[in-house]
Design a protein around this ligand. Structure first.
Ligand code: GP9
Ligand code: MN
Length: 644
C-alpha cells in the first residue's frame, strides 16, 4: 500500500498533517469566535496554506537536506503553536514578539505554567513523530531530485494559495492588516504563522519610528490634549489631601462584579463593601490594560498614557522619557516607593522604576519568604502587608507608596487554612477558586488597615485602591454566566466585566459612590487634584474624575469604548444602560445579515482611535524627549507666541 502513498511528495504529506493539527488547535483549543460561514472556511484553509508555504520550500533544497528541513520545520512549527497555546490558556491572547523577549517572566511563571500544561498536549506532537518516522524510514523513496517544472509548480501553488487566502480575508475583513487592534482577527484570517511574520514587521517599523520622529508631531498632540484632556476646574475636593501620604494599593485581578455581591449567601468582599461606604467609590471604572497586565496598569497610573496594543510598554519602551506621577510628586516634596514581593526584573520593573523616578523598590529581597508563608506566585498578601509596615514607617513624609498584591492571581490557588468562603461550583476551576482568593485579599486589606491605624500611619494618609485588570478571562464565560445568572455572556457583558474597583479613601471624609464612567488613564490627574498639585504642564490623556468636565468616553486598548450612552465593541454598538444592541435604520433596510457599526457609536469611535493613535505615537517616537516638563513658563511662552 505504501508504494502508492509514496508517490505523494513528503512536503505535501507534511502540509496535510500539520494543517490538520493546526486546524484542530484553532477550532477546538483556542477560543476563536466564528460569526459566519466565510470565517469558518477561512479558518479551515489557512492552516494548510501556511503549512504548504513552508514545506514547499524543501523542493528547492539539495536532496540530502530535504528531509532534514521538513523534520525541523514540523518540530519548530509545532513548538510555535504549542507556546501560543500555553500563553493563550493564561491570557486568552496570542504571543507577540515583545512578549517573547520577556523570557524572564516566563521563567517566573512557576506554578502558573504547570497549570497550563495538560498531559493530553503530547498528542499535539503526533504529526512530528509521524513525519520523523516517514522521513527516516522511507528516506530513499521520498528524496527526489525535483525538475524545474515541479519546483515552479510548488512555488506557484504556494503563492496562489497565499493570495487566495489573503483575498478571502480581505473580503471578510477589509483593511485587515492596517487594523492592528485585534490579534484574534489576524490569527483567524491569516493564520498564526503569517500573523507572527506580520508582528515582526510591525515591531521593526515601530523601532524605526523613534529614529525618524521629531518634535513636530507633539505640537498637534499637545493641541488635542489642551482641548480634550486638560481640565483645571476646581471642585470641593481640590487639595483636600494636600501634603498627605499617598498609599496606593494595586488589587491583583480584582473585578468589580464581586463587590457588593454574594456567594452561598455570604458577601464575597465584606471589608471592601463596608469601606466603600466611607470612601469615594467609582462603580463604572474600567481597566485599560493589554498584554502588559499589571505593568500596563502601573503605566497608566504613572504616566496617564495608554499602554501599547501589543507587548508590555514596560519592556518595549522602558527607556523612554516620561513625566511620571512619582516625578510630579517628587517635585512637590514626596518620596516614592513601590512594595511588591516579586523578582525585581519581572515586567522589567527595576529598569522602568528607575526611569520613572521611583526612589525605592522593596522587591522580594526585602521580604522574608518561606514555604509556609507563600503560595502560587510567592509571598501571601497577609504576611506581605505585615512585613511592609516597617518600611512604610521608615519613609520620610510625605510619601507615595504603591503596594502590589499577588495572592489573587491566576490560577487562584489558596491553602485550605486560608480559605474562609466555599468554592463556587461550576465547570471552571479558575472561577470556583477565584472567590476564595478574592476573599483572602479582602481580609488582607482589612488587616492592613488595622496595622495602618495601630502604627499611626493612617491619620496622615489617603489610601487609594484599584483593581489592576481582569482576573477571569472569557475562557470562563460559561461559568461566569452561571454565577451572574445570565443565559450567556454577550460582548456587552464582556465589556461590563472589565470594570475594576477604584476606591479613594480619605480619613475624615464621608465619600460617596460615583456612577459616572472613568478609567485607569484618569487616575493621575485625579490624584493630583486631591493632593493639590499643579499638573498644568503635564501631558496626559486622563481627566480628573471628580470634575464635572470629563472626557465623554473611556477607551479600552482594543478600540472598544464606553461612553455615557453607549458601549462599543467588536463592531457592535449597545445601549449602555440596557445592554440592547442598537441597529440603525440603514442596516435594517439593507439587511445584509451582518451587524455593522452603528451611527450612534461612529463619531466617538473615530475619537477613540485618534486618541489611542496619539498615545502610541508618543511612545513609539519617544516624543516626550522633545518637551520640557520642568519649564512651567513654556506653555505661557507658547501662548504668547500664538497670540503674536
Ligand atoms: C507580577 C505581578 C503579576 O509581579 O505583578 O503580574 P500579572 O501577571 O498580573 O501582570
Ligand atoms: Mn496583575
Amino acid at each position: 500500500m505504501f508504494q502508492r502513498v509514496n508517490k505523494v511528495p513528503l512536503y505535501v504529506v507534511a502540509s496535510l498533517l500539520f494543517g490538520i493539527k493546526t486546524y484542530i488547535v484553532y477550532r477546538f483549543l483556542f477560543n476563536i469566535e466564528l460569526d459566519n460561514m466565510m470565517q469558518e472556511i477561512i479558518l479551515f484553509i489557512n492552516p494548510f496554506v501556511s503549512a504548504f508555504l513552508v514545506f514547499a520550500i524543501s523542493v528547492w533544497l539539495k536532496e540530502e537536506r530535504q528531509m532534514k528541513f521538513i523534520r525541523y520545520a514540523t518540530l519548530l512549527g509545532s513548538f510555535i503553536i504549542y507556546f501560543n497555546l500555553i500563553f493563550y490558556r493564561n491570557f486568552t491572547d496570542f504571543l507577540t514578539i515583545p512578549v517573547l523577549f520577556q523570557g524572564s517572566n516566563a521563567a517566573d511563571l512557576g506554578s502558573s505554567i504547570l497549570a497550563l500544561i495538560y498531559p493530553g498536549d503530547i498528542l499535539l506532537f503526533l504529526d512530528v513523530v509521524i513525519i520523523w518516522y516517514l522521513s527516516k524510514k522511507y528516506k530513499n523513496t521520498f528524496i527526489v531530485s525535483y525538475q524545474k517544472r515541479k519546483k515552479a509548480l510548488a512555488f506557484s501553488l504556494s503563492i496562489a494559495f497565499l493570495l487566495g487566502n489573503y483575498i478571502l480575508a480581505e473580503i471578510e475583513r477589509p483593511q485587515l492588516l492596517q487594523r492592528t487592534f485585534d490579534r484574534e482577527y489576524l490569527v483567524k484570517n491569516i493564520g498564526i504563522f503569517n500573523y507572527h511574520v506580520y508582528d515582526v514587521v510591525q515591531q521593526s517599523k515601530s523601532k524605526a519610528q523613534r529614529v525618524f520622529a521629531d518634535g513636530n508631531e507633539l505640537t498637534e498632540i499637545k493641541a488635542y490634549m489642551k482641548d480634550n484632556t486638560t481640565d483645571q476646574s476646581e471642585t470641593d475636593l481640590a487639595g483636600v489631601a494636600k501634603d498627605k501620604n499617598l498609599i496606593f494599593i494595586s488589587l491583583e485581578s480584582l473585578q468589580s462584579f464581586v463587590i457588593n455581591n454574594t456567594l452561598h449567601d455570604e458577601e464575597v468582599t465584606p471589608f471592601l463593601n463596608d469601606l466603600i461606604d466611607e470612601s469615594y467609590y467609582f462603580e463604572n471604572f474600567y481597566h485599560q490594560t493589554e498584554q502588559g497586565k499589571t505593568s500596563d496598569s502601573e503605566f497608566l497610573v504613572e504616566t496617564g498614557l495608554y499602554p501599547l496594543p501589543s507587548g508590555a510598554v514596560f519592556f518595549t519602551h522602558g527607556q523612554n522619557e516620561y513625566n511620571s506621577t512619582s516625578e510630579l510628586l517628587k517635585d512637590n516634596g514626596y518620596t516614592s516607593s513601590v512594595l511588591h514581593a516579586n523578582n525585581k526584573s519581572f515586567w522589567n520593573r527595576d529598569v522602568m522604576y528607575d526611569n520613572l523616578g521611583i526612589d525605592q523598590f522593596y522587591d522580594i529581597d526585602a521580604y522574608e519568604v518561606t514555604d509556609e508563608n507563600s503560595i502560587g506566585w510567592g509571598l501571601k498578601d497577609k504576611p506581605f502587608f505585615e512585613q511592609s509596615i516597617k518600611y512604610l514607617q521608615s519613609l520620610p513624609e510625605p510619601y507615595y507608596s504603591r503596594f502590589i498584591t499577588l495572592t489573587n492571581h491566576y490560577p487562584f490557588d489558596l491553602a485550605e487554612e486560608d480559605a474562609t468562603i466555599d468554592k463556587f461550583d461550576s465547570n471552571s476551576k479558575t472561577l470556583n477558586q477565584y472567590f476564595q482568593t478574592v476573599r483572602y485579599m479582602d481580609e488582607s486589606i482589612k488587616d492592613f488597615f488595622d496595622q495602618l491605624k495601630e502604627s499611626g500611619e493612617y491619620e496622615n494618609s489617603i489610601i487609594v485602591m484599584m483593581g489592576d485588570h481582569y482576573g477571569i478571562s472569557d475562557f470562563h464565560d460559561k461559568a461566569m454566566a452561571q454565577y451572574l445568572d445570565k443565559e450567556k455572556i454577550t460582548p456587552y457583558d464582556h465589556i461590563q466585566l472589565q470594570r475594576v474597583p477604584f476606591i479613594v479613601h480619605i480619613p475624615g471624609e464621608k465619600g460617596k459612590t460615583i456612577s459616572e464612567i472613568g478609567g485607569q488613564i484618569d487616575v493621575k490627574p485625579t490624584l493630583m487634584h486631591i493632593l493639590g498639585i499643579d499638573d498644568s504642564n503635564d501631558l496626559s490623556f486622563g481627566t480628573n474624575l471628580f470634575s464635572e468636565k470629563r472626557k465623554e468616553f473611556v477607551a479600552l486598548r482594543d478600540g472598544s469604548f464606553i461612553s455615557n450612552d453607549y458601549i462599543y465593541t467588536k463592531d457592535q454598538c449597545f445601549n449602555r444602560e440596557t445592554g440592547e444592541l442598537i441597529v440603525s435604520d440603514q442596516e435594517d433596510s439593507e439587511d445584509n445579515g451582518e451587524k455593522t457599526i452603528d451611527s450612534h457609536c461612529e463619531p466617538i469611535k473615530e475619537k477613540v482611535q485618534q486618541e489611542l493613535t496619539y498615545s502610541d505615537q508618543i511612545i513609539y517616537g519617544d516624543l516626550f524627549r522633545f518637551h520640557d516638563f520642568q519649564n512651567k513658563n513654556l506653555e505661557s511662552e507658547e501662548n504668547e507666541k500664538e497670540q503674536q
